[in-house]
Structure formats: structure tokens, C-alpha cells
Design a protein around this ligand. Sequence first.
Ligand code: DMJ
Length: 577
Amino acid sequence: MTRRTSCWTSLIVFLLISTTIFNSSMSELDSGLSAKRRRMSEKVRKMFYHAYDNYMTYAFPHDELKPISKTFTDSLSELGNLKLENLPQGYNGSALTLVESLSSLVILGNNTEFEKAVMWLSENLNFDVDARINLFECNIRLLGGLVSAHILATDSTNRLIQGTYNNQLLVLAQDLGTRFLPAFNTPTGLPYAWINLKYGVMENETTETSTSGCGSLILEMGALSRLTGDSRFEDAALHAVRKLWAMRSSLNLLGTTLDVATGEWIEYSSGIGAGVDSFYEYLIKAHILFGKEEFWRMFQSAYLAVQKYFRYGSWYHEADMRTGRATYWQLTSLQAFWPGVQVLVGDVAAANLTHREFFHVWKKFGVLPERYLLDHQIVHPTEKYYPLRPELAESTYYLYQATKDPWYMEVGETIVNSLNLHTKVEGGYASVKDVTTMQLEDHQHSFFLAETCKYLYLLFDDSALTGQNYVFTTEGHPLPVMSDWHERLPDSYIPRNWTSIKIETQKKQASAMSMQVCPANLLNRGHDGEQIESVCHVPDTRDDHRCSTDDDCGIDSTNCRRRSCSIAGYCGLWLFI
Ligand code: DMJ
């Protein structure tokens, strides 16, 4: 054998060996990941049932579980004073946690328990009660839970409730939605935050509400209208969105609280967290669900304003809607939903950056504090709690769907382990009262079952969603994306639970669940076949990129960072933050 032949032989042998090693290490990696997926989904399944079974044992049919004292609460804390003494005889709460668990039971594949729950609710739920409830909370939890469960119960692919289900949940949802309508009877059409289910708006009711409270009702009420053919629900919610949007500042920013009688803002400072969060979320999700360009236009302007005025590096602070000047430099636990929204519009890189920061704070404390002061890097003195919120798990799930990067499963595992270590008690999962001491509070919120457990489970096992195309409401209840709910159909489409868009000769599928890109990005795309531009792009004021101040500079399209003006007078990413 010549020296040259031997070199070639060695190279081929080397390549064969390394390919075999590479292939086998890849398959080891794959099987390692599958094993992890199985192990973790099992762990989350057990978490769900620990919370659910304890609720059913100690709290049902009341609203929520007190896991430490193994008793119940009917105050529905955030929902208002739906107190037991106000309820008719024999009526024991709204079984809120059961309603909130319905879609999670389907995702976990427990059709038997789902059917049992649906039948119980059909026979026992009654909204004719003298109770003052919070419209937003009641909408996202009860109405959303019922509408979503009705769709799941009647979905032929699920083969649920054979023969026994006659739209009872939809009838209940329609009754509840009708009880909401008097809230919209205001001079502005913006709904009151509180309403009595039996008597409507109470005398001397407060006219103050929040942006999310009056502006994020469109998914549930829109779906209710589509299902019942009664347009009043969608009309009322849509009117409120339009009115709120008309109240934006010249910077396209909204405040946090307002007066529904006068249409005046009360709190001008706002951000992406408490009091505003789901307003942004519902603009993009309503566009995906109803295919309405109007929602996309509102969302796009609102999103650009958020990126421009609230974003600082990977963080989001609050700012005055009139001037855009920063007001509070605080991270709030609720803001952690934002990377999930960014995934829906295709800004995955920006989502990843922000998500990492939230995870960093989670690891620092073991859970996320409700409020964290960014400039001092300390927990807010009076908001040290963690009520089992889902937002970080939710964003982790979306980012995993978009990237399939196994690192997000590590994040999920950390979240699961922290929850079991710090919040699991014999009678369920308890909220954390103080993240600095891990002292617990006797409350298992219903969203722990509707959202936290659901997103964690879906992170490790999304098989229940295969071939489905859902949008999740802000409370984690799935609503199917159907072409026949779309106002403006794409060029070509398959008339089922999927939206398929034809661009030139190329047929592309766009889906909120495939997470590749929001349909609007494809629809709004130019004819030149250029790559879809990031939705966060804000061009510099001048074409030659010259500037006098930072205000002349926009948002960089590739990484969504705010550009600043250099000493030499050029816009760019000069400050790495
Ligand atoms: C949930 O009820 C919803 O996600 C809502 O939009 C915000 N707050 C809670 C969970 O943290």
C-alpha cells in the first residue's frame, strides 16, 4: 500500500468511526432527551393531581383550596366578594378550580374526569347569585374556562361526551356573558370593573378600572358570539378595545387606570405588567383567532411603542404615556408573559434575552418575587410574594416550541423542582408569602391548575396538541384557530383547524402553535420576496442614520435593541446593555 492510499484509508476509517460515534452520541442524546421528557411530564402530571385531588377532597364545590388548613375559600379573592353567605341556599360556590381545570384534564388525557366534571357543572352551576364580581377575572377564568371546555367537549377529534352532552356549558357561558352586558352600559362603552351577577351595576359602583380589565375581554366574548350567533358579546368587547385604543397618547402608549364614565386616564404611568399586560396579549391573539387586520394594526403600533419606550436592554421599565419618560424601574412577575407574546410575532431572539433575565431572578430567589427593584437589585419591600404564577413557565413553553432548544427543558425542570421544594404541602401547593424567607400563605390559586401545571406539562409533552392549532387565552384556556372564524381569509386555506397561506407559488403554513411566525407577518409581507422583517424594527429618523439625540434613533431590527446616538452623531448599538 502506498503512503497516499494508506492516508485515504485512514481518513475513511476515521470518518466512518467518527460518523458512527457522532450518530450514536446523537441518538444517545435523543434518547436521553426523550427519557427526560417522559420523566418530567410524569412529574408534572403528579403535581397537577396533587393540587387537583386535594382541591376535590377539601374544597370542591367551593372555589379555591386552602392547602395548609385543608379547607376552602369562596371569596375568590381576586374575583370579588362572591361570598358563601350571599349565595342561595344549597349553592356552594362556583367550583372555580374545577372549571379552570377542565382544559388541563383534556391535555393530560383524562377524558373520564373531564366528562364527570362537565356533567356536574352542567347540573349544578348557577350564576343567578347576588354577588359582586370582577368582570375581567370572571371573564378569563369562568367564561373562558366554560367556552374552551365546550369546544373541547364537542370537538369530534376528541370523541368526548358521546351522547350525553347537549351544549350545557355553552348555555351556562351564554347566561354568564349576558350578565356581563350591563357593565358596558357607560357613556364611553368601557365596562365597569365590578358587576353584581344578579342585579347588574350596583349603586355608587366605582368607575375606575384598569386597561387590561376593560380591554382584554375580546377572546372569550368573541368566541362566545361566534358559538352562539349572538353578536352582542363580541360587539361590546370590540367597542371597548377601540375606545381604549382611541385614548392612546401621541406616542401610542396607554396608561394603567382610567375612568369608564369620563374616559379620562387616572394613572398615566404604565408598562407591560400589572393592569396592562393582557391588553397587548389580546391584540395579537385576537388577530390570530379572528384574522382581523384591525387587531394587527393596533398590536403592531402598540408593540413598537413598548419596544421603544419601555425596553431597556433585556428589561422593561414603566414610563409616562404622555412623555415616554421612565417612571419605575421594576421587574414584576406578571411581565414574564412578554417573551411568549414575542415568540408569537417571531421576535424569538428578543424573547430569549428577556426570558433569561427572568430566569436569573427566579434562580436567585427560588421563585419569582412579585416586584423586584431593578436599580437596587432588591425585592420590593411590600411585594415579596409569589402566588404560584404561571408566566415564566408559559414563556418557557413558547420558547421551547419555537426553538426546540433543550435548554428550555432545563429551565422547566428548575421551575418544577423549585415548586416542589418550596410550595408543596400535604394538602396541595401553597403560595409563597415572602420569597426571602419562603414563608407560605394558605392559598392555591385556580390558575395554578389552569396555567402553571398546564404549561409545564406541555413543555415536556405536547402530544395533545398534535395537528391542532390553538391560541391560549390569558388564563391558559385553549381556543381553536379556525379559518371560518377568520374575517379575512388568506389567499388559500384549508377550511379546518389550521390556517394555510399561499404566497406567490410557494405555499406556506402559518400557525400560532407552530410558533414559526405570526400569520400577519406573512400577509403583510412585500411582493419582492424579501425576508420578513422583525416586527420590532423602528427606523432611524433620518435615512443617513445621522442624529442629534437618542430620540432620532430607532430600534434595531435584528436584535430589537434600542439604538443610540454616538458622539460623532450616528445612530447605532453603541452601548452594549
Ligand atoms: C392569571 O389569572 C392570568 O394569567 C392573568 O392574565 C394574569 N394573572 C394571572 C396569573 O398570574
